[in-house]
Write a protein that binds this ligand. Sequence first.
Ligand code: SF4
Ligand code: MG
Length: 327
Amino acid sequence: PVPVLQVQDLRLTLPGTARPVLDGVDLTVGAGETVALVGESGSGKSLTSRTALGLLPPGAIASGTVRVEGEDTLTMSAARLRALRTGDVAMVFQDPRAALNPLRRIGDFLTEGLRAAGTKQEAATARAVELLDAVGLDASALGKYPSQVSGGMLQRVMIAAALMGDPSLLLADEPTTALDVVSQAEVIALLTKLRERFGTGLLFVTHDLDLAAAISDRVYVMYAGRIAETAPAETLFAGPRHPYTAALLASTPRPTAQGGRLAAIAGQPPDLRTTIEGCAFAERCPLATGLCRERAPEPLPDPARPGHLAACHHTDRLVAEGTPADA
Ligand code: SF4
Ligand code: MG
């Protein structure tokens, strides 16, 4: 089957940077699959997901391909992209309140996409009620304004809105970060349930390894605009093959204000005003050698682990010596 999202060799250059912000990203999401894209802030994970919707920052120059259901969004017309955004692909953002017009009722917000696409009001409202029910809200939400419901409820409304056009791909960018712990758990449970019910492919963008482990079938770990490692979720968390992933997993998690866990490791990702020779992680990597500083590692498959690739010259040493404890 055609993957719902297929990103191949995506490169994105922004004005004023010395190297691409996305540097050869390969990523796929299969139909009905939940894929987590994990990385620190600035790693390029949000940019990667937004290119699927053709939402590129001003001045960005992209190369490679980004296919949604086989159609390349990088070369698509603006009109086709708009149609795509109310149909095959939808997005749930970090802060639902910021994404909503406070002066419009939730019902109008939910139905506007279908109405614009020519659906009659009655049918659009019926669909809105059905999806509100699917996310655990009743029809009384239709008449309410965003200020009249809680943040957790609003994120449910956003998920219902995302499903209005019956998308094959849902992009969720840190969708629980602005919520309290209880609402976070509810939204995660809801996304999992909806995936089962509607068969929507989900790309879940997060900095939170625990969330990624809880929700995803497969994981991509991103570092400095490149995919460091990808594997089925269980395999990745049980035995990382990239020192960056290993360091994230081994580091002491510190609680965030919202109660989630944010893994932190020493040092900073490379500045975008600098070029990188070799491996982007070399400055922070306990296993780095001269080779690492000279030549960028290509993603290599682990023959014993289907679907597990790590872009590292010294994966064998990581396996032999174990996880670097204090990277
Ligand atoms: Fe570390 Fe070298 Fe592997 Fe990069 S290629 S992660 S520097 S061991
Ligand atoms: Mg982001």
